[in-house]
Design a protein. Sequence first.
Length: 164
Amino acid sequence: MEATTGSKTHSDFSALLDDLFVARDEQEDSAARPTIPFDYLAVVDELHSGRIRVSGRDADATYRDALADEQSDTDPPHDEAEPEPVRASEPEPPLSVDPDVIAAELGLSSVRAAELGRLRRSFAMKNHPDRVAPHLRSRALARMQVANGLIDEARRRAERASAR
């Protein structure tokens, strides 16, 4: 028995199924293709490059506007007074590179020599230049250099004290 689909004649049922599956896959592939090519990685690189700057105030206003638009589309109107918008807090002051401040932050006065390695690693986990935003890297590098110098000096003092 022969079956026909479109202009093709099939001698067995399995050949008919194979052709139907191929036709379905071709339709799905053409429907799934994006109509506009878009390079997501280029956008991410551009955002992380530091060339794009958005002030906190602009970002807050854009967020509030988008949120208000979204809520007006989905929420029924109500008579309650609108809550006050959340004000952006002032940006935190940059972390200090003063050796006395870093020494206090490290707590070098109360640390034993055996704990200096752990102290260095924990400070690096919070302050290493590779772990901060690009615009903060130069300050993080300076903080790491000061902290490493302070820890190295504390280790030398401990070695001299134990040699006596």
